[in-house]
Write a protein that binds this ligand. Structure first.
Ligand SMILES: NC(=O)C1=CN([C@@H]2O[C@H](COP(=O)(O)OP(=O)(O)OC[C@H]3O[C@@H](n4cnc5c(N)ncnc54)[C@H](OP(=O)(O)O)[C@@H]3O)[C@@H](O)[C@H]2O)C=CC1
Ligand SMILES: O=CCCC(=O)O
Length: 359
């Protein structure tokens, strides 16, 4: 049975857990896998799933997927807060990584750690088997993929492009079409999880597009993340990511209101954070960010400008299907106000500042 045969065309959103799809790549693993990628030593047992059995049918050359691991050349475009630790984890795992970033100096650390450098996205794509892109927003994702000296210029049959940026479905489809016109494969794979999960290789990949490319890059996703979902056609990964971040943005706005209201009526915000952490609305996000928000500190993990971008894109998604999302719309206004107060590059928890009187 091939990977594509397990995808039911009648199901619009297909959820394959990490363990089931990863089985395709690891069921025939030999001990050479843990030799090539040391981190697999403590991960592969948790990925084994006796239910899923299907063969790997990759469009990439056999050399890149031999033994179920990925031994090809990996490109990485975009070395910001997320791209840097993701690429670094690939390097540390022994991958052959080539990097590019608009601001060249951000490549230096990775080159010192063993990465190669190329002067343009096209050069990276042409020198690599698979190229990842982690860019700020739809415009930059399109520019880097399809612009002058964009990755498309270096793509072709046998290659793959994996866009892990958070963009809307239309943008992802545009990039996919341009990549696939060259004969290459495309996967969208936005991530849930922030700076620390990226550093710790604990991201959650929300993928859609070419199933064969998903299988091929599964070992790489397993280095950078703790789980991966394959969701079917291009646009579904973007939609999943935007819905999740829409919920997150509204949660943070509501939490901010609660902290300030509590304080105004004389409650100790530190105690409020503790109470929240023990009850039904407990969330890692509140426990992690609450204590620094109480001190009006917002060390950037997820920039506020990106959270507002995601709310804007989620509003567009909702509009496209006539779904009311009034809470998210109100939250979006708050993030816009925070941006206008110069908080774009602070962590998104700085949205609380937009609620403070006399800002
Ligand atoms: N931070 C987080 O917690 C998470 C972020 N994301 C998403 O991941 C993506 C990247 O986020 P993050 O790393 O935080 O963002 P950063 O702002 O830290 O990095 C953005 C990257 O995009 C590049 N870039 C921006 N504009 C252009 C352009 N016009 N042309 C070429 N390159 C450009 C930047 O290059 P340069 O260095 O030259 O500015 C940089 O490499 C975003 O889509 C974000 O929504 C997803 C999950 C979590
Ligand atoms: O897009 C950013 C997501 C941040 C997170 O999941 O913690």
């Amino acid at each position: 049975m091939t990977a594509s045969s397990i995808i039911k065309p009648s199901t619009k959103l297909q959820l394959f857990s990490s363990s089931s799809m990863a089985m395709a790549c690891i069921s025939t693993f030999s001990s050479s896998l843990s030799f090539a990628f040391p981190r697999f030593r403590h991960r592969r047992s948790s990925l084994l799933n006796p239910i899923a059995h299907f063969s790997v049918s990759s469009q990439l050359s056999d050399a890149t997927t031999e033994g179920g691991s990925f031994s090809g050349r990996v490109g990485f475009l975009g070395l910001g807060i997320m791209g840097t630790p993701m690429a670094l984890n690939l390097i540390k795992a022994g991958c052959d990584v080539t990097v590019w970033n608009r601001t060249k100096s951000k490549c230096d650390h990775l080159v010192n750690q063993g990465a190669k450098y190329q002067a343009s996205p096209a050069d990276v794509a042409s020198s690599c088997d698979v190229t990842f892109a982690m860019l700020a927003d739809p415009q930059s994702a399109v520019d880097v993929a399809c612009g002058v000296n964009g990755a498309v210029k270096g793509m072709g049959p046998g290659k793959g492009y994996v866009d892990v940026s958070t963009v809307d479905g239309a943008t992802s489809k545009l990039i996919s079409e341009n990549i696939k016109e060259t004969g290459a494969s495309f996967l969208e794979a936005p991530v849930s999880g922030s700076k620390k999960p990226a550093e710790d290789g604990q991201l959650i990949f929300l993928t859609a597009g070419d199933a064969s490319l998903f299988e091929t890059v599964a070992p790489l996703l397993d280095i950078m993340g703790k789980s991966k979902f394959y969701l079917g056609e291009v646009g579904n990964g973007a939609a999943m990511k935007l819905v999740v971040n829409m919920i997150m943005g509204s949660m943070m706005a509501s939490f901010s209101e609660g902290l300030l209201l509590g304080e105004k009526v004389g409650l100790d915000p530190k105690v409020l954070v503790e109470v929240v952490s023990q009850g039904a609305i407990s969330a890692p996000m509140f426990s992690m960010k609450g204590p620094s928000m109480v001190q009006a500190k917002y060390p950037t993990a997820f920039p506020l400008k990106h959270q507002q971008k995601d709310l804007r894109l989620a509003l567009g998604l909702a509009e496209s299907v006539s779904q009311p999302i009034p809470i998210a719309a109100a939250a979006n206004e708050l993030y816009k106000a925070a941006k206008s107060h110069g908080l774009s590059d602070q962590d998104f928890s700085a949205v609380i500042e937009a609620l403070k009187v006399n800002l």
